[in-house]
Design a binder for this molecule. Structure first.
Ligand code: MET
Ligand SMILES: [Zn+2]
Length: 771
């Protein structure tokens, strides 16, 4: 009998109840009891969904009030002293580590001011985890019984779950030494293992038959010491006298390059692999596992929203069964379903044609069960389901929404010269200085200006059809007038229209492109209480009409200074959407690039001679491992940006923007984009990071952010001046632009005006100095 399993379920709830409850607690509007109660209700609801679907192995401890890695930091007592010294209750310590804590002094307690631990992207997903930070004299102890409590909680509801814990090697490998410390995390393994032993023993005592132990780092390139750590860890944990059966779970890639680690985990009960991301690893893994071990095959995509192709998935499972027998195979989701929205049921406005192609977390639970049943009991026992699945798969593959011959035809006709600007940079910048006539140290902003509550109110009214399109447009024009007046008053050189019409930098474009659909409630957790609702790319992408030209043209008509056109780049549009799984991402990026290319050219025709194409997501698309996939990415990501931007005349200036500062490992990518001006984040990092531009003799212009836009603080004139001084150690005066770290949409006007005024004055200082 093939069993079915789910590796984790989204926590937020069908209507983001967890987000609302946590934020209410943070705001002091709800008690801790009510927050805990919400957690309990959600866990019960999510277990029930999986039980009702018929899932055999249902996860527990996949729930978290903030982040599962953070839960482990608390559980193993890897809490830096700065968070423990206030004697806060455990949940508040957890939140302080996750999001920082600032509290004024009261009669009974001192002032508190601690920043959060670092937050990092969870592999190549859009989820972010809290990074463990270790001390040189780090000790561990079992500080919480969360996995045990949640196992018992489910058991009381009559549901026997399989607790999920993060394995010791990944826990350490994903961490770092705390500031001022020099410990290499993996060296702490011996100290950490006794805590795992204690935890596993306690889980066994509570009645847990098996445990899912996640070791996702196995899909990465690992240093030798880390590979060895698997041997050390699992020879111990696999041989405990009383412990649950351990299934070691890997996801988001193949583990073939680490296959020599498999013998060291061969005394564990089982291994899980991701066959959605890396189906070709199956035969190698089957060869490598011992003759007893169970293999959990992830065939239902935990990272995307498409219906599983049953016939393909069943084929994969059957080939595993064929080699090792049904008793040793588990059908599973590829990863936790954390990265998928809660249920398709909530989508009332989706076109039924495309809704039929989707499967969210709740629906995916049913899919694993059906696939397991088809393999165990024969396809005829689920004939109806298989038939309707095949119909959906065919409908999607053959739909006009999926395939647009005109788009494919245009892709086939892309020529080499479409990737390159007409002339090299020196000629371009000469032409641009004529068109734009900018001073030295030109000042600009990254695009958005404060999204006031008034803007949100009007947008809402427009969405709900309470005001007409004309009324809304008038309102937006008035906003544009205002931000132009403010920018002129401050004395900025290259102006922006402020992006008041944009709810989100990807959604705005998706809504204007063919090939995209939008959901109303398909939220996924990004970090903490924060959720995003990615648009879905359903088919070949094209641009039916200009998207931003009217607004930019309007803005340019209101000022004599150059107005910057603002677009979101092809890779960012792709990465911040649910992509198609039937064509390679490079194909989708190329289609987006062609659509944007037309927009760029139309902007130029409309008299916009500075155009910024933002690519903040280009780095996160970087494949996890060295090798062909990464090399290919470097090519197609760069090509799609160039395809989007290279169609303009020399005198038109192309900008791009990235919200990070460390380019050491991706300098060639950034450089190959051939953008005339790059604006990057820099204010919070060491200015030394700019040295790479000096070392590599980067020839074009750069605007490293001179102040942090995430904070309400107003940077002083001197502070900005000093910062620029520092930058000039690495960049030539004639290549330096002066701008903030990123867009200003989350800021207030009361902070924005004085900050930008100080920035412009600082730029003037250098203009005089270098005159
Ligand atoms: C995340 S990057 C944001 C860039 C965008 N143009 C803005 O200013 O908001
Ligand atoms: Zn940014």
């Amino acid at each position: 009998m093939v069993q079915s399993s789910v590796l984790g379920f989204p926590r937020m709830g069908a209507n983001r109840e967890l987000k609302k409850a946590t934020e209410a607690y943070w705001a002091g509007k709800a008690t801790v009891e009510s927050l805990l109660e919400t957690g309990k209700t959600l866990r019960a609801a999510h277990w029930k969904i999986q039980k009702d679907a018929g899932v055999d192995l249902i996860p527990s401890n996949d729930f978290s009030f903030y982040d599962q890695v953070l839960d482990h930091i608390l559980m193993f007592n890897a809490i830096p002293e700065r968070y423990t010294k206030y004697n806060l209750p455990p949940l508040d310590v957890l939140f302080a580590m996750g999001r920082g804590l600032q509290k004024k002094e009261t009669e009974s307690s001192p002032a508190i001011d601690v920043t959060s631990l670092e937050m990092v992207k969870w592999f190549d997903s859009n989820y972010h985890y809290v990074r463990p930070t270790f001390q040189d004299n780090q000790e561990f102890k079992l500080n919480s019984t969360k996995p045990i409590d949640e196992f018992k909680e489910a058991k009381e509801l009559g549901i026997t779950t399989r607790p999920v814990i993060l394995g010791p090697v990944s826990f350490l490998q994903l961490g770092k030494a705390d500031r001022g410390q020099s410990v290499t995390p993996i060296d702490l393994l011996e100290k950490l293992l006794p805590v795992y032993e204690e935890l596993l023993t306690k889980l066994a005592e509570a009645g847990a038959e098996s445990v899912q132990i996640d070791e996702p780092v196995l899909v990465l390139d690992l240093p030798e010491a880390t590979k060895k750590a698997f041997e050390t860890a699992y020879s111990k944990l696999g041989k405990l006298s009383s412990a649950p059966k351990l299934v070691l779970a890997t996801y988001f890639g193949d583990i073939v390059h680490n296959i020599d680690v498999i013998p060291s985990i061969s005394h564990l009960y089982g291994l899980h692999i991701d066959l959605v991301r890396a189906p070709e690893q199956l035969s190698d893994v089957l060869k490598a596992i011992g003759d007893k071990q169970v293999l959990s095959v992830g065939v239902v995509d935990g990272r995307n929203i498409w219906k599983t192709n049953f016939s393909k998935a069943i084929g994969l499972v059957e080939s595993a069964v064929h080699t090792i027998g049904a008793e040793r195979v588990i059908v599973a989701t590829s990863s936790s379903l954390l990265h998928t929205p809660h249920t398709l049921e909530s989508e009332k406005n989706l076109d039924p044609e495309v809704a039929d192609w989707f499967s969210f977390a709740t629906e995916k639970c049913k899919e694993v069960v059906i696939i397991a049943k088809a393999v165990s009991d024969g396809a005829e026992t689920v004939a109806e389901e298989i038939k309707s699945n095949a119909a959906s798969v065919t409908a999607r593959a053959t739909s006009k929404r999926t395939n647009d011959a005109a788009v494919k035809d245009r892709q086939a006709k892309i020529t080499e010269e479409m990737y390159n600007r007409k002339s090299p940079f020196p000629d371009r910048i000469a032409a641009q200085s004529k068109t734009l006539n900018l001073p030295k140290f030109p000042t600009t902003t990254i695009g958005s200006f404060p999204q006031t509550s008034e803007i949100r109110v009007q947008r809402n009214k427009f969405t709900k059809k309470q005001i007409t399109a004309e009324e809304y447009e008038k309102f937006i024009e008035k906003e544009i007038d205002d931000v132009i007046a403010i920018q002129e008053e401050i004395g900025l050189d290259v102006l922006v229209h402020g992006e008041p019409e944009r709810n989100d930098m990807v959604q705005y474009f998706g809504e204007r492109l063919h090939g995209y659909v939008f959901t109303t409630n398909a939220w996924v957790q990004s970090y903490g209480s924060r959720c995003v609702r990615p648009p879905i790319i359903v088919g070949d992408i094209s641009r039916p009409a200009a998207m931003t030209v009217k607004g930019s043209k309007y803005a340019q008509s209101k000022t004599k200074k150059p107005m910057k056109g603002m677009l979101t780049g092809p890779v960012t549009c792709l990465r911040w959407s649910f992509p198609r799984d039937d064509v390679h991402q490079s194909v989708q990026a190329e289609q987006l690039a062609l659509a944007l290319r037309d927009e760029v050219i139309d902007l130029e025709k409309a008299g916009i001679y500075v155009i910024q194409v933002d690519e903040p997501a280009i780095r996160e698309g970087f494949p996890l491992r060295k090798g062909k996939e990464r090399d290919d990415y470097l090519t197609w990501a760069v090509n799609s940006f160039k395809l989007a931007t290279a169609g303009v005349e020399n005198g038109t200036q192309i900008h791009s923007h990235f919200c990070y500062s460390d380019f050491q490992d991706m300098f060639s990518l950034i450089s190959n984009l051939d953008a005339d001006v790059l604006s990057i984040e820099n204010s919070k990092s060491d200015a030394k990071l700019l040295n790479v531009f000096k070392k590599e003799e980067y020839p074009r212009h750069i605007g490293p952010g001179v102040y942090d836009i995430h904070s309400p603080r107003i940077p002083s004139y001197d502070e900005i001046k000093n910062r620029i001084e520092e930058m000039l150690q690495y960049l030539k005066p004639e290549q330096l632009w002066i701008d903030p770290d990123c867009g200003l949409k989350t800021r207030q006007w009361t902070e924005t005006k004085p900050s930008l005024t100080n920035m412009v004055n600082a730029a003037k200082h250098f203009r005089e100095k270098y005159a």
